[in-house]
Design a protein around this ligand. Structure first.
Ligand code: PGA
Ligand code: ZN
Length: 439
């Protein structure tokens, strides 16, 4: 696969901040003399883990409040393109090795992960195009999987934390329509619950404006706003004619690093609490509500709290490391060795190349950890994560609510893939989760 052209430009993400888009062209073996061109856009997080690969920002306060990405764009144009154009890469791993060598640092500190990743993603797509196959099939070949499993969507219908301005410490309240036989049916149920929740919030006089990931961002007044959020969602499920704990489950992303202070106290509902108290609260919630997954329940610095949470709740609930593992095989390995968490969130831009992302997912699968392919809070029309989720048969995708085209684009791509796979497709359903027994 000889690379013929690489071009980068600054475009905008779903928050209206700049991000990097790359167009990459290779020879088209199906039409000699012609090129096939693929495009990719990198997403951007807000509640980022400290161990993430570098997202290079210009820091020029005169443009986009310092968030411009012209440096990353120039790294693609002036460093990556001259080094790679004209070279032949037999596969994704060789291309990604070349990208990593050009950067030369484990956290992509020289060129920026936002310069490397769009090249890596666009190359994957271009390879698929050159072979005349969908991207998910090409990635499945790389991963050694069937590439036929439609993931259960984890749909974030109430936003808090850094993604909203409503005083909720917990960042994401998700519905998980796992009790269905097809992805399209699960998505329909999720969208119906979203619309029902809108009515419930409206009738209570609460705001129905949405946060960064398309979920509602109401301000719940009173003592226990987080339980009010859970109860509103439970009501929305029942009012939609579905059974909580059978058809539809719940999941949380606490993003607890954001409300944990330096002395490892959690600032939650008006009081500072030690990890033990948060674990007890989660444990009680898992018993009371059909919660099957809790992400970042403790801070990324609180490995002891995490290990304790895993002992206390890990047998009956999926515990997902996002900020804790940052899609990095080294952190995941530490988790496996110390029996910390039992699942990992997968975000391509936390690590910076497609190959490293697949390596992390492989390690998770081999170690009995579930993988959840994930969007970022700053997204675009790019649907690569839909392809990745199906390709790896990971069984779960987290890509926001049933609103905002940046989120819906991913769901729509999954609908297309389900249709294309036809009889060969399967829906991951409840089998994708641990701890479902007895719920
Ligand atoms: P982020 O949030 O993209 O802002 O990091 C998503 C998440 O925490 O899962
Ligand atoms: Zn998270």
């Amino acid at each position: 696969m000889k690379i013929k052209k690489i071009h980068a430009r600054e475009v905008l993400d779903s928050r209206g901040f700049p991000t990097v888009e790359v167009d990459l062209s290779i020879d088209d073996p199906r039409h000699p003399g012609e090129l096939t061109t693929a495009r990719a856009i990198v997403p951007s997080g807000a509640s980022t883990g400290e161990g993430e690969a570098l997202e290079l920002r210009d820091g020029d306060k005169k443009r986009y409040q310092g968030k411009g990405v012209l440096k990353a764009v120039s790294h693609v144009r002036e460093k990556i393109a001259p080094a790679l154009v004209g070279r032949d890469f037999a596969n994704q791993a060789l291309l990604d090795d070349a990208l990593r060598d050009l950067d030369g640092t484990p956290f992509k500190k020289n060129l920026g992960a936002n310069a490397l990743l769009p090249v890596s993603m666009a190359f994957a797509r271009a390879q698929a195009q050159a072979q005349g196959i969908p991207t998910y099939r090409m990635l499945a070949q790389l991963f050694g999987s069937s590439g036929s499993t439609l993931p259960v969507p984890l749909m974030n219908i109430i936003n808090g934390g850094k993604h909203a301005d409503n005083g909720l410490a917990i960042q994401e309240f998700m519905i998980v329509p796992a009790g269905f036989t097809r992805f399209s049916e699960a998505l329909r149920a999720g969208a119906e619950v979203f619309h029902r929740l809108k009515k419930i919030l409206h009738d209570k006089g609460l705001s129905t404006g949405v946060g960064d990931e398309g979920g509602f961002a109401p301000v719940f007044e009173g003592e226990r706003p987080h339980e009010q959020a859970l109860l509103s969602i439970m009501q929305a499920i029942t009012d939609s004619g579905y059974k909580p704990g059978i058809d539809i489950f719940l999941a949380l992303d606490c993003a607890a690093s954001e409300f944990c202070d330096e002395s490892r106290q959690y600032n939650f509902e008006g009081r500072k609490r030690p990890a033990r108290e948060m674990i007890d609260l989660y444990s009680q919630w898992v018993d009371t509500y059909p919660i099957i997954s809790i992400e970042d329940g403790l801070s990324e610095h609180d490995w002891e709290g995490w290990a304790e949470a895993t002992r206390a709740i890990g047998g009956r609930c999926q515990l997902v490391g996002d900020d804790l593992f940052v899609t990095n095989p080294a952190y995941l390995r530490k988790g496996i060795e110390t029996k910390t968490a039992n699942a990992i969130l997968i975000k391509l831009n936390q690590i910076g190349t497609v190959t490293e992302t697949l390596e992390t997912m492989k390690l998770a699968a081999q170690s009995g950890y579930a993988s959840i392919t994930s969007h970022r809070s700053g997204e675009s029309e790019d649907v690569f994560i839909s392809e990745l989720a199906v390709a790896t048969d990971c069984g779960q995708i987290k890509t926001g609510s049933a609103s905002r085209t940046d989120r819906i684009a991913k769901y729509n791509q999954l609908l297309r893939i389900e249709e294309e796979l036809g009889e060969r497709s399967r829906f991951a359903g409840k089998g994708a989760f641990r701890g479902l027994k007895g719920k």
